[in-house]
Design a protein around this ligand. Structure first.
Ligand code: DX5
Ligand code: ZN
Length: 227
């Protein structure tokens, strides 16, 4: 079974202290570091470009999980791969056809990223990516509309995780948006194994205890689902 992993989103960290925030969240038990890249076009917010990802990669000891919320992932594949993305995920919505999505997947692979992922907005059905699911290492199911941290979890996306597992997708399924101690169990029960959390981790009074409780809650929910 896939390992349960916590990928705290740096979007909620103190950007003026990026290096120490990376060290702090790694010391607290982060498995991956989720990096939200927004282009002000696919989503109404602008965040992190390749030089900043490269700076994070220099200080990070955990793999960078780079979530591209950008209109033109093909154009920037090389930049983000070279900057140090371990997981590189684009959005299915930016590809007009399955063949356009395959081009993006192949470009990411050609740049040598370890894991290639696709992400689905809350209102994008699974059917949008089933055609090319066999070429993916990871599917990132959004549980909020992308653009900002601190939004409310949308449980209506959970059937997509179940649907993927029912169709035999055995690789990583990641969920992103509104994950906290109250919502993580439902995600794990449905079949999610990678959990992004921004505000719930960086806003926690005790970050290590929070990450530990996320992991134990997820493990408990998964065991109960398989009992
Ligand atoms: C939303 C981003 C998320 C966000 C999650 O557009 O993709 O990664 O940072 O933040 P929380 O956990 O606060 O919902
Ligand atoms: Zn994200």
């Amino acid at each position: 079974m896939n390992e349960l992993l916590i990928s705290p989103s740096l979007l909620s960290c103190d950007f003026a202290r990026l290096a120490s925030e990376v060290e702090r969240v790694e010391a607290a038990g982060a498995d991956w570091l989720h990096v939200d890249v927004m282009d002000g076009h696919f989503v109404p917010n602008l965040t992190i470009g390749p030089p900043v990802v490269e700076a994070i990669a220099k200080v990070a000891r955990r793999p960078l999980d780079v979530h591209l919320m950008i209109t033109d992932p093909l154009r920037y594949a090389r930049h983000y791969a070279k900057a140090g993305a371990h997981v590189l995920t684009f959005h299915a919505e930016v590809c007009a056809t399955p063949s356009a999505a395959r081009d993006v997947i192949r470009a990411f692979r050609a740049e040598g990223v370890a894991k290639v992922g696709v992400s689905l907005n809350p209102d994008t059905p699974l059917e949008r990516m089933l055609d090319y699911a066999d070429e993916l290492d990871l599917v990132l199911v959004m549980s909020v509309f992308p653009g900002f941290g601190g939004q409310k979890f949308m449980p209506e996306v959970l059937p997509k995780v179940r649907g993927l597992r029912e169709r035999g997708f055995e690789r990583d399924i990641e969920m992103d948006g509104g994950i906290n101690a109250a919502t993580i169990a439902a995600c794990a029960e449905a079949g999610t194994n990678v959990f992004v959390a921004g505000s719930a981790v960086f806003g926690a009074p005790d970050m290590a205890a929070t990450i530990r409780s996320f992991k134990s809650e997820a493990a408990r929910a998964r065991a109960a689902a398989h009992a």
